[in-house]
Design a protein around this ligand. Structure first.
Ligand SMILES: Cc1cc2nc3c(=O)[nH]c(=O)nc-3n(C[C@H](O)[C@H](O)[C@H](O)COP(=O)(O)OP(=O)(O)OC[C@H]3O[C@@H](n4cnc5c(N)ncnc54)[C@H](O)[C@@H]3O)c2cc1C
Length: 347
């Protein structure tokens, strides 16, 4: 258990969680077909009848008969994990509506950038998001300076709204408060105290009492101050400007990271086409949906995994009930492009 009640496997390896789930599924009699990619769904008379599956051993897709299927192909983001957006293609081809897809939980690109501070992570800062001049949300926590802008947990939590705003042509701005625990008046008092103590010191020395070193050059540049110049220059208007930089460092959002690095896909198969009690399609009654392929996404904090697990559970139970209702033996089968032999992705 780590800070914020976050839970990780003792080994710190995500593969151990995957291996445990696979072992459990195999123990329940689930057959896993490795190195197999579903190419298309076959629908006849309004029902799913077969899956066309491409296996590594043959260039010709194999037909696998199915009483029902659960479409749990993930989103379109982070394709390195195998989720390349196939599910949206299958859903659309079988008459389901797709809500517009957008990368979410992703870094942002900004103006200005602070290249000298690249890699610096600030803790306990406040980030406020403004869209078209209106305050939208505020996040307290970590922010990281990157080559092109900002990343870190607080940024990721704001990114869903940012990406949506940019996609609809609205202006997004984030305002960084480097001293959220200090009201402007208290911060000014503290600055004046530092100035009195450091009368013969340099601007850089004064700023060092308030800022991490990688930001000092950028602050001096913004204030048109020579870092080696006397700290006493920080008086009157310059002092007010410094206070405003510390409390309201403004970044215009110019872009965001792409599909390959976004943690989650926002948008997806419309919930209007799904029965929430069973996750069954309202278009094809023996086709079920679960996980990120749906128009369901959430913030960081385990909620996306919770969505996948809860919808997967419902879909699994409903699909099993339906398949068992049809009599004769049922073999649950998972087509999976990766192996689960501990070798990791890419096999
Ligand atoms: C780096 C990273 C960190 C994350 N951290 C968190 C976190 O801390 N908390 C949280 O809640 N969420 C987190 N997420 C998001 C979370 O992992 C996903 O929302 C969740 O795994 C979605 O589950 P899923 O089963 O719907 O899809 P996925 O886990 O993406 O699984 C989809 C599977 O379908 C397979 N597949 C795709 N197409 C086909 C096809 N045509 N044929 C056969 N198989 C196919 C893929 O290979 C894949 O195995 C993170 C994601 C990433 C990338």
């Amino acid at each position: 258990m780590e800070r914020g009640d976050r839970v990780f496997p003792a080994s710190d390896l995500a593969w151990d969680v995957a291996d445990a789930l696979v072992a459990w599924a195999r123990g329940q009699g689930v057959e896993i077909v490795p190195h197999a990619r579903v190419e298309s769904l076959v629908i006849q008379g309004g029902l799913l009848t077969d899956l066309m599956v491409l296996r590594r051993s043959s260039p010709i897709p194999q037909r696998i008969e199915a009483r029902c299927a659960i479409l749990a192909t993930g989103g379109q983001s982070y394709p390195a994990t195998g989720s390349t957006g196939d599910g949206y293609r299958f859903a659309e081809a079988t008459g389901h509506r797709i809500e517009p897809l957008r990368p979410s939980l992703v870094r942002i690109e900004t103006h200005p950038t602070f290249p000298g501070a690249q890699g610096l992570t600030l803790k306990n800062v406040q980030l406020t998001l403004w869209i078209d001049g209106r305050k939208q949300a505020s996040e307290f926590g970590e922010a990281e300076f990157t080559a092109k802008g900002l990343a870190g947990a607080s940024v990721l939590r704001l990114s869903r709204q940012i990406v949506a705003a940019l996609a609809s042509g609205r202006k997004a701005e984030v305002v960084l408060d480097l001293k959220p625990a200090l009201e402007p008046v208290k911060l000014e008092t503290r600055l004046l105290r530092e100035l009195a103590t450091l009368q013969r010191g340099s601007c850089a020395q004064l700023l060092r009492t308030l800022l991490p070193s990688p930001l000092i050059g950028a602050f001096c540049a913004a204030l048109h101050l020579d870092p080696a110049g006397p700290a006493s220059r920080l008086q009157g208007a310059k002092l007010k400007q410094l206070l405003s930089l510390l409390k309201e460092l403004r970044f215009e959002v110019t872009g965001h990271g792409g599909w390959e690095e976004a943690i989650v896909t926002a948008g997806g198969v419309s919930l209007k086409d799904i029965d929430p009690r069973t996750m069954a399609s309202r278009k094809i009654e023996n086709l079920y949906f679960a996980g990120e392929v749906l128009d369901l996404d959430a913030n960081t904090g385990g909620y996306n995994l919770q969505i996948a697990c809860s919808t997967g559970w419902l879909a699994g139970e409903a699909a099993a009930r339906r398949a068992a209702g049809a009599g004769s033996e049922v073999v649950p089968l998972v087509a999976e492009p990766w192996t689960f032999d501990g070798a990791g992705p890419g096999n």
